[in-house]
Design a protein around this ligand. Sequence first.
Ligand SMILES: C[S@@+](CC[C@H](N)C(=O)[O-])C[C@H]1O[C@@H](n2cnc3c(N)ncnc32)[C@H](O)[C@@H]1O
Length: 278
Amino acid sequence: MTKLDTRRPMPEDEVDLFLAFAQNEYRLDLSFYRKTFLGRRINVRMDAVEVNNLTEYLNLLKKDTQEWKKFLDNLSINVSEFFRDPEVFSYFKDNCLPGIFKNKEETGFKRIHCWSCGCSCGEETYSLAIMFREYSGRKNRDFFIKVSGTDVDQDALTKAKEAKYRQQSLGKVTPVILEKYFDNLGNDIYQVKKEIRESVDFKTHNLLTDNLIPNVDIIFFRNVRIYFNENKAGKILLKIYESLRKNGYLVLGKVETLGSLKNLFEPVSINNKIFRKI
Ligand SMILES: C[S@@+](CC[C@H](N)C(=O)[O-])C[C@H]1O[C@@H](n2cnc3c(N)ncnc32)[C@H](O)[C@@H]1O
């Protein structure tokens, strides 16, 4: 059993103390984070530096700006993998892409923009680019498909651009896809092939402060909502709604919900958390 397993969940009043500390000492408002999430992240750092209680940790944070930086870094957890929840990608490819392509064909506007929002180190973004390539192959060559990945974490984006991954991120990639879209560089490292790398772009983007990308057809906003409290998550989802084109698709993480914004979207697949803008 790890220390993390044995540590009790942080009581809300202690998280409040931490929030007041961040505000007073570092002028940082962290109140939009879920308290349970913050409590867990504080516990992670307290374990890492081996302090026994919050008072000790706050004393350390007062004098050690490096530890403050580490705390901030650990707020942004970048856990991801290629084709995370693979059934979502296959459902989307088989049931949503045909309609999207058909509508575009009918309007004559053959551009599709897909946004992986909170893309971590690029695994989701490249999975989407591969999904498109697998769907459209040669028959839709005259379509212009843009896949963008954005994240607040610069280090994650640097890794995304390098596109080099270890086997552990590739567990859900079938041997055929691995062979087709990855170069085996040896030493357990695989790099996404150039043709896929060139079909995506990555940018720094903070969901809390930056303007959203307009006129997007598909937004994958998965496993990012967990960071924010209901109020902030609602505001971010509203911005996402506005950045989607009419009938645009929104895909959330498997355990995430639309909360108070559910009337703005119609469910396409409840199980796969796929919604369409009304
Ligand atoms: C758990 S990862 C999700 C990666 C991918 N979407 C997936 O489902 O596998 C969450 C990502 O959200 C990013 N994130 C956290 N706060 C953010 C913010 N304010 N703006 C943009 N991205 C943020 C983190 O940096 C992290 O890379």
